[in-house]
Design a protein around this ligand. Structure first.
Ligand code: UD1
Ligand code: UDP
Length: 363
C-alpha cells in the first residue's frame, strides 16, 4: 500500500504526525508526503517536523501565501504531477484548509481514492473558507473518517453512503495523549516567560473572519486588554493576526505576545493555563483534552459537543454582544465542579484505526 499524504498548514502537521508514526512501524505500507508550502515560517512549519518526528516531506511545493483561488490552483498543479509520478493507492488529506481541497481535487481528477481525516464537521457558515473546503472535500472523498457521532450523522444527512463513513475518533486526541509527557519533560516555556500554573489565560486568534474585520479585531483586542487588567493574558500570535494588528495600528498593550510556539510548548501552555480563549478549531478541542474551560471567539463552532457539554462557551465578537469577556471568564472559572470526564473524541487510538481501515480498503 502506498499512501500519498498532502499537508501544508500547522494543524495538519500535528494531525499527520499521529498516522505517519504508525506508518513508520508498518512493514507493507509506505508514505509519500507532499508539503504544499501553505505555511512556511520555521515556527509555522519546520519546528513541527523536528519536534514531532514527522518524516521530512518527499516534496515541498513551496506555494506560499496568496489569494484563495491562486494558492489552491498552484497547489493543484504540483500535486497532480506528484500523483501521476507516484501512482499511490490513495491520497490522504486532513482537515479543511486550501491544501486539503487541492489534494482532494487533484486526486479525484485522476481517479485516485481520497481518504479524508476529520470529515463531517460543519459550522453552517458558508462564508468561512474552511466550510466550503470541508463540504467539497467530503463530497469528493471515498473514505470519510469522522471524528464524532455528530459528524457521522451530518454526513448521512448529506447523503454520503454509510459504507464510506467511518467513526474514527479524533487523531488530535491521540496527539494530545502521546505528546503530553514529552511536553512536560522538555518544554521550558513557563520558566522562560515567568509563568506559573493557573495564573494566566492562554489566547489564540487567527480565523479570517476575526483578523480581516477591523471592528471584530479591535473588539477582540480591547476585550483581551480589559481582561489583562485582572489576570495575565498570554497570546502566541499567528502571523496573519500580527500583520493585521500592525497594519491597523491596534495595540496589544498588557498582553504577553509570543511568537507562534511549537506544539510541545503549546501543550505546556494549555495544561498550565487557567482557561483558554481561542477561535482555533484545534485549540478548542485541546482545551477539553487538557481539562481547561474554553471561550470561543466565534458565533458558531463545528465542535458542537463541547458547547453542549458546557466545556466551551461561545463569545461572538460582534457589536450586538454587549457582554464582556471578563464576565464570561469569571462565570466560567467560578464553576469549580465542572467535570471533563466524558469521552467525546474516541479512545486515543484513532490513527491506528484509520491506518488499518485504509490498508483493508486500498492495500
Ligand atoms: C490557514 C487555514 C485555516 C487554518 C490555519 C491554521 C485556509 C483557507 N485557512 O489559515 O483553516 O485554521 O491555516 O493555522 O486554508 N503567514 C506567514 N507565514 C506563514 C504562513 C502564513 O506570514 O508561514 C501569513 C501570510 O501573511 C498569509 C497569512 O498568514 O497571507 C495567512 O496564511 P494562510 O495560510 O493563507 O491562512 P491561515 O490564516 O494561516
Ligand atoms: N498551535 C501551536 N502553536 C501555536 C498555536 C497553535 O502549536 O502557537 C497548535 C495547537 O496546539 C493545535 C494546532 O496548532 O494543535 C491548531 O492550529 P491552528 O489554531 O493554527 O488551526 P486550526 O486548528 O484552527 O485549523
Amino acid at each position: 500500500l502506498k499512501i500519498l499524504t498532502v499537508i501544508g498548514a500547522r494543524p495538519q502537521f500535528i494531525k499527520a504526525a499521529t498516522i505517519s508514526r504508525k506508518v513508520a512501524l508498518t512493514r507493507n505500507i509506505s508514505e509519500h508526503i507532499i508539503h504544499t508550502g501553505q505555511h512556511y515560517d520555521e515556527n509555522m512549519s519546520g519546528i513541527f517536523f523536528d519536534e514531532l518526528d514527522i518524516p521530512t516531506p518527499d516534496v515541498n511545493l513551496n506555494i506560499g501565501s496568496g489569494l484563495h483561488g491562486e494558492q489552491t490552483a498552484k497547489m493543484l498543479i504540483g500535486i497532480e504531477q506528484e500523483i501521476i509520478k507516484q501512482k499511490p493507492s490513495c491520497v490522504l488529506v486532513y482537515g479543511d484548509t486550501n491544501s486539503t481541497l487541492a489534494g482532494t481535487l487533484a486526486a479525484t481528477k485522476l481517479n485516485t481514492p481520497v481518504c479524508h481525516v476529520e470529515a463531517g464537521l460543519r459550522s453552517f457558515n458558508r462564508n468561512m473558507p474552511e466550510e466550503m473546503n470541508r463540504i467539497l472535500t467530503d463530497h469528493a472523498s471515498d473514505t470519510l473518517f469522522a471524528p464524532t457521532k455528530n459528524a457521522v450523522n451530518q454526513l448521512r444527512k448529506e447523503g454520503v453512503l454509510s459504507n464510506n463513513i467511518i467513526l474514527s475518533g479524533d487523531v488530535m486526541f491521540d496527539a494530545a495523549l502521546y505528546y503530553s509527557s514529552k511536553a512536560e519533560a522538555s518544554s521550558t516555556i513557563m520558566e522562560s516567560n515567568h509563568l506559573t500554573k493557573n495564573n494566566y489565560i492562554l489566547a489564540t486568534v487567527h480565523r479570517a473572519e476575526n483578523t480581516d474585520n477591523l471592528e471584530r479585531l479591535t473588539r477582540i483586542m480591547s476585550e483581551l486588554k480589559a481582561l489583562a487588567q485582572h489576570i495575565k493574558v498570554v497570546m502566541p500570535i499567528h502571523p496573519r493576526t500580527l500583520k493585521f494588528l500592525s497594519d491597523c495600528n491596534i495595540s496589544a498593550q498588557n498582553i504577553l505576545l509570543l511568537e507562534p510556539t511549537g506544539y510541545l510548548d503549546m501543550i505546556k501552555l494549555e495544561r498550565n493555563s487557567k482557561l483558554i480563549i481561542t477561535d482555533s478549531g484545534g485549540v478548542q478541542k485541546e482545551a477539553f483534552f487538557h481539562k481547561k474551560p474554553c471561550i470561543t471567539l466565534r458565533t458558531e463552532t463545528e465542535w458542537v459537543e463541547l458547547v453542549e457539554a458546557g466545556h466551551n462557551v461561545l463569545f461572538p465578537p460582534i457589536s450586538d454582544n454587549t457582554g464582556s469577556l471578563t464576565e464570561s471568564v469569571q462565570s466560567l472559572t467560578s464553576n469549580s465542579q465542572h467535570s471533563f470526564s466524558n469521552s467525546l473524541y474516541g479512545d486515543g487510538h484513532s490513527a491506528q484505526l484509520i491506518l488499518s481501515e485504509i490498508n483493508q480498503r486500498y492495500g
